[in-house]
Design a binder for this molecule. Sequence first.
Ligand SMILES: C[S@@+](CC[C@H](N)C(=O)[O-])C[C@H]1O[C@@H](n2cnc3c(N)ncnc32)[C@H](O)[C@@H]1O
Length: 367
Amino acid sequence: MVSGIQIQEGPTKIIVPEDHSAGGPGKINGSVFFNEQMAFNRDISVMFLRAFDSEMTVCDAMTATGSRAVRIANEAPKTTVTANDISAYAMPYIEENIRINNLRNCTASNRNLHSLLAENVFHYIDIDPFGSPMPFLHSAIIGCRRNGYLAITATDTAPLAGAHRDKCERRYQCRPLRGPMCHEAGLRILIGSIAREAAKFDKGIEPMLSFSSDHYFRTFVHMRDGAGHADKALDQLIYVAYDPETLERSYSSEPDKEHVHGPFWGGRLFDREHLGKMDPSGTAAERRCTKMMDYWKNEIDDIPLMYEISEISSFVKMTTPPFDKFIERMNQYGRTSKTHISPTGFKTELTLKEIISVYKEVSGEMR
Ligand SMILES: C[S@@+](CC[C@H](N)C(=O)[O-])C[C@H]1O[C@@H](n2cnc3c(N)ncnc32)[C@H](O)[C@@H]1O
């Protein structure tokens, strides 16, 4: 018998250590990690995988209690899941969680993921470490079947969002950005780093779903085999110049004296066709999933980088107009959307000069 408490996530039962994390980045309180707040994150994996018509082999390479693995096996029935963790303490939890959900399509594995993925290939591999996923990326790419999928989480949000530049440069060989767009920039550093690592193996990536949430960044990418795909992905890397005094952002495909931040992924974050097949019904955090799906489906993802309405307010020094009204008016002049990254953030094809002009127009009407 394993010591712990039984919780319910969606239709799946999970035994977890009694002393587990309820939110934030989480930490190991006992010997095995579990974070309740990540139920939403696990929901997204379930929705992502059950949107495929084909049978898929799945490796949850760092599964801890097996929570994500058993949820996938139980809620995405066309999957065959390997629930792996290096920790021997995790095994009783994984085995018990497979047993209490009567799963025949899930197997416990107690391996170092580097050797597991050197010897086995899977259609889908999930990497969910403490901190940066970079030390595990090479193995994940090797263990991914031809044209398979990787799901990568990074919880080292402070370096990625520019709070610790040196650490970001060491881990990701990328100079981060500080400013209102720093979370989108962090997400784009993560994706760009996956593209650069994959290119070493003549593989390209196509992001299918990428988001910033709570204390982490996460992306699901489709791996595309072939040097042509690798080159195409590398062509989407960008370098950024940002002036906090003028709010001006500009982009270049090469680094130069001004464009010193990067490289960032400058391409799309979502695959709308796949998003259209993802169904939140029956997930643990169904309302949150539905709300986020709505954001992702409508978010402009082919234009970096977002603005915050507060930065325009401080710059223009005029009353902030109601956000919805501002977005609606912006859309009369050019493609504009909200972003899941911040409730007061927006993406637009308009230039800064045009944004300021629309802002003044809407704000002026409020007097
Ligand atoms: C953040 S926890 C994973 C949480 C889990 N995915 C969940 O949703 O609850 C990271 C896990 O990675 C495991 N781990 C660390 N290095 C590993 C390696 N080289 N191979 C396999 N597992 C590893 C740790 O034992 C730990 O359980």
